[in-house]
Design a protein around this ligand. Structure first.
Ligand code: PHB
Length: 553
C-alpha cells in the first residue's frame, strides 16, 4: 500500500517556473525554496516546467487530469498539453483517456541516480538478509538537504503503519537517520532547517508523512546524542506505533556518512528502547559488513560511454511540430547520461553522451542545478545527480507490479487485433496457470476468464510457454499455439515474458474463437503483434526492477 496519510492536506504548490506571481497556497515552504526562487537567466524554461509537471504527478500518486495539472502547476492549458505530449513521446507518461499517467520508463531517471550512487548495488543484499533474519523492515536512506530520502526498502510490515517507498522524502527531525546526518550539517544547513521549521510547522512540504501533531524541538539534542553514541532512535516521531533504530554506514575513503541503515518496527512488537537493546547489536554487525563491502568493492565495470542519446529528438520535432517541446526532451536526456561508471561527468562528457551542443548541455545543467537535481563540484569541474532525482516519479512507480505494468500494453494489443489478451504465471505446483491481467474485447465468442482464474497448465498455450524447457521445440520457436484443447472452438497463442536475467516469469497470450483465425493466420498476423506487446512489457519490467522488487502478481 502506498504511503497515503489518512488525512487530507493542502499540498504546497511550487510555482512551476511559469508564474512567480501565483504564490503557493498557505505560504512558501523553504525546503522548496530553490525551486520557487527565480531561475537564473540561462535556465531552460520548458525544462523547469516539464520537471514541475513530473513532480506534481509524482506527488499525486502518478495520475492527474490535464486540468488538475494546470491548477497544480499554474501553467496554461496549452503549455500543459505540449509538455505532456512531449513526455508521452519520451515514454515517460501515457495519456489514458482523460488522465496523464506516469509510466515505468520514467524510473530510468531515478535509476541513473541510484546506479551512479552505487550504494544499492553494493548494500541491498545485506539489508534484505537482515530483514529476513530479524523479520522486521530494514531500509537505507541518504541525506537530502534537511530531509532524508529512502534508497532501499526491505519491507516486512504487518502492522497498520505507514510504509515508505524508495524516493520518499521525510523531514530529518522526525526520523532516526535524521540526527545522524545532522551531525555533518554546516551552519548553513542548520539555518535552512530552522527557516523551514518556522515556515512549515506542520510538515506540509512533506506529502509522505502525516502532519506534525505537536512541536518537539529536541532535534539539536538528538543530534548531539547521535554524534556521541553512533546510533539514533525514532520513537513514534512520524506516527504512533512506528519505531526505528539507525546506524550510519560510513564511506571508507572519506569517513563521511554514505547512507544510514534502519531497522523499523512497531510498538506492538518492540518499544524503541527495546529495539536498541535487542536489535541494535545485529544492525551494527550488518553495518560493519556493509562498510567492509564498500572498502573492498572493485571499481564499477567500465562500459563504452553512451553517445548521441538526444539526437532522436530532432525527428520527433519534425513529426510532431509545435506539440513536441524539443528543449524539454533534450534536457531530460541529460539525466540519463549518468551511470554506474559515470557518476561524475564534465560538461564535455555530458555533451558527448547526449550529442547536444556544449551550450545546450550547459544550460540544461544550470537548470538542474537551480532545481537541486544536479550538483556542480568546482574542484573537479564535474556534475553529479542528487537524491532529489528520485522525486521524478520514483515513489509511486516503485510500488508497481507485473500485472499493472502489463495492463496498458494488453489493452493496446486487444484494441489493435480485436481479440482478448492476457498475462498469466505458473502456480507454485507448476500444474496450473493463473491469470494475472486481462484485456477483453467485446466479441460475442470471447472466453469466460477473469483475473485469478486457474487452468491446467499443460493444455493451454500460456502453460506450455511457462513450462517450456529451454531446449524444447516450443521454447525455441518462442511461442505456443493451443488448438481446441481446453474447449472446443478455442484457439490461443502465447509468448514468454522474461525478467532482467532472461528467466521466463510470465506469459502473454491472445485467445480467440477458432473460426476467426486459422492457425496460419495466427502465426502470420497475430504473433508479431503479440511479440511486440511482450517486448514492451519486458522493457518496462526491466527498468522498474533494476532497483526495486516488482511482484509478479
Ligand atoms: C522506514 O524505513 O520506513 C523508516 C526509517 C526510519 C524512520 C522511520 C521510518 O525513522
Amino acid at each position: 500500500m502506498p504511503a497515503t496519510p489518512a488525512h487530507t492536506t493542502t499540498k504546497p504548490t511550487e510555482a512551476a517556473g511559469a508564474a512567480p506571481s501565483t504564490p503557493p497556497p498557505g505560504g512558501s515552504t523553504p525546503h522548496l525554496s530553490r525551486t520557487t526562487a527565480e531561475p537564473p537567466a540561462e535556465a531552460v524554461t520548458p525544462l523547469v516546467r516539464g520537471i514541475a509537471v513530473l513532480r506534481r504527478l509524482t506527488e499525486a500518486g502518478g495520475t492527474l487530469s490535464p486540468s488538475a495539472l494546470e491548477r497544480a502547476t499554474g501553467l496554461a492549458r496549452s503549455t500543459v498539453d505540449r509538455i505532456t505530449a512531449t513526455l508521452a513521446r519520451m515514454g515517460y507518461v501515457r495519456l489514458d483517456g482523460r488522465d496523464v499517467v506516469l509510466t515505468p520508463r520514467l524510473m530510468e531517471l531515478g535509476n541513473a541516480y541510484l546506479a551512479a550512487l552505487r550504494l544499492p548495488a553494493l548494500l541491498d543484499a545485506r539489508a534484505d538478509a537482515l530483514a529476513d533474519e530479524l523479520d522486521e523492515s530494514v531500509s537505507l536512506a541518504v541525506g537530502d538537504r534537511d530531509g532524508i530520502r529512502f534508497i532501499h526498502q526491505a519491507t516486512r510490515r504487518r502492522a497498520m503503519s505507514l510504509s515508505f517507498r524508495i524516493g520518499d522524502l521525510l523531514p530529518a527531525e522526525r526520523t532516526a537517520p535524521g540526527p545522524l546526518f545532522a551531525t555533518e550539517w554546516t551552519d548553513e544547513d542548520w539555518r535552512r532547517w530552522h527557516e523551514r521549521r518556522a515556515a512549515d510547522p506542520e510538515d506540509r512540504g512533506f506529502p509522505a508523512v502525516p502532519p506534525r501533531p505537536h512541536t518537539t524541538d529536541d532535534f539539536e539534542r538528538r543530534t548531539a546524542d547521535a554524534a556521541r553514541e553512533g546510533w539514533a532512535l525514532d520513537d513514534q516521531l512520524i506516527e504512533p506505533g512506528l519505531v526505528a533504530v539507525s546506524v550510519p554506514v560510513r564511506d571508507p575513503a572519506t569517513g563521511r556518512i554514505a547512507c544510514v541503515a534502519n531497522v523499523v518496527s512497531h510498538t506492538s512488537r518492540h518499544t524503541a528502547e527495546d529495539l536498541r537493546a535487542t536489535l541494535l547489536p545485529r544492525l551494527r554487525e550488518t553495518v560493519a559488513a556493509m562498510e567492509r563491502d564498500l572498502a573492498t568493492a572493485p571499481p564499477p565495470p567500465q562500459g563504452p560511454p553512451p553517445a548521441d542519446l538526444a539526437t532522436w529528438t530532432a525527428a520527433s520535432k519534425q513529426e510532431l511540430g509545435r506539440d513536441f517541446v524539443e528543449s524539454l526532451a533534450r534536457g531530460l536526456t541529460v539525466l540519463t547520461a549518468f551511470e554506474e561508471s559515470r557518476a561524475a561527468l564534465t560538461l564535455t562528457e555530458v555533451a558527448k553522451a547526449t550529442g547536444l551542443a556544449r551550450a545546450t548541455a550547459r544550460r540544461s545543467l544550470i537548470t538542474y542545478e537551480h532545481l537541486g537535481l544536479v550538483r556542480h563540484c568546482p574542484d573537479t569541474r564535474t556534475f553529479t545527480l542528487t537524491p532529489r532525482v528520485l522525486s521524478l516519479g520514483f515513489p509511486p512507480l516503485s510500488r508497481t507490479s507485473l500485472p499493472r505494468i502489463a495492463q496498458p500494453h494488453l489493452e493496446d494489443l486487444a484494441a489493435q487485433v480485436q481479440e482478448s489478451a492476457s498475462l498469466a504465471i505458473l502456480t507454485p505446483s507448476a500444474e496450473e496457470i493463473q491469470y494475472t491481467a486481462r484485456a477483453v474485447t467485446h466479441n460475442i465468442m470471447s472466453v469466460d476468464i477473469t483475473v485469478g482464474t486457474r487452468l491446467p497448465a499443460h493444455v493451454t498455450a500460456l502453460g506450455r510457454v511457462l513450462l517450456a524447457d529451454p531446449s524444447s521445440p516450443t521454447a525455441q520457436a518462442g511461442y505456443a499455439l493451443a488448438d481446441e484443447e481446453l474447449e472446443e472452438g478455442l484457439r490461443a497463442l502465447a509468448v514468454p515474458v522474461r525478467d532482467r536475467t532472461g528467466r521466463t516469469v510470465a506469459a502473454a497470450n491472445l485467445a480467440m474463437h477458432a473460426a476467426r483465425h486459422t492457425r496460419e493466420s495466427c502465426v502470420e498476423h497475430l504473433l508479431p503483434a503479440l511479440r511486440r506487446t511482450a517486448a514492451l512489457i519486458e522493457a518496462d519490467l526491466h527498468v522498474a526492477s533494476r532497483f526495486t522488487h516488482v511482484p509478479l502478481t
